[in-house]
Design a binder for this molecule. Sequence first.
Ligand SMILES: CC(C)(COP(=O)(O)OP(=O)(O)OC[C@H]1O[C@@H](n2cnc3c(N)ncnc32)[C@H](O)[C@@H]1OP(=O)(O)O)[C@@H](O)C(=O)NCCC(=O)NCCS
Length: 177
Amino acid sequence: MKRKPSRSPATTDVRIRLLQNRDEARVFARMMARSEPWLTLRRSAADMFELLTDPLLEVYVALKGDLLAGVVVVNMQGAFTGYIRGLAVVPQWRNCKVGAQLLKFAEDRIFRDSPNVFLCVSGFNPRAQRFYRRLGYQRIGELRNYVIAGASEILMRKTIGPKIGFKPGRSERAGSQ
Ligand SMILES: CC(C)(COP(=O)(O)OP(=O)(O)OC[C@H]1O[C@@H](n2cnc3c(N)ncnc32)[C@H](O)[C@@H]1OP(=O)(O)O)[C@@H](O)C(=O)NCCC(=O)NCCS
């Protein structure tokens, strides 16, 4: 029997671990600074390197074999615990579900300690907004002129329930608000 061709994009299974050193940070910093949305947001490689080496943040990388395929930056400190500061996939690995796997990894990590995941996505980045919506994120509000004049950042949230009653350590996942 003939198999129906699949229309879904190819999935690349990746291994995810903590960023190991400054060389890895440098690779991602350069890649992000050359890519949208950071080009429009005028974030330099030095800015991104500072973010990726901030000791207060948790930085996880996706590897395909030995190759660096993507990065996610998680902030577990402060009022907005569980804030994703950055998510980027190396251009040649985009649309292979590397981003979806990194996001799920970050969510599992955050939901162990807190019932909310927050992130910002640029108003001029509709494809990334669609990516997050499909994965259960809801738009909370618009931060106008937040990073640069004339552009908005959209604050999004995914939650598994209210803070009161949340039991750390139990990573029960649900997509509803
Ligand atoms: C957004 C991003 C993390 C998604 O990771 P990915 O591995 O490419 O995505 P997946 O294969 O899991 O899902 C595919 C979806 O990603 C989004 N996407 C793909 N390429 C994208 C790009 N260059 N820019 C923005 N979103 C993109 C689209 O929604 C796509 O679905 P679609 O083809 O139906 O539009 C990744 O594409 C990326 O790094 N983009 C550039 C940086 C960026 O926009 N980061 C988010 C900042 S908040």
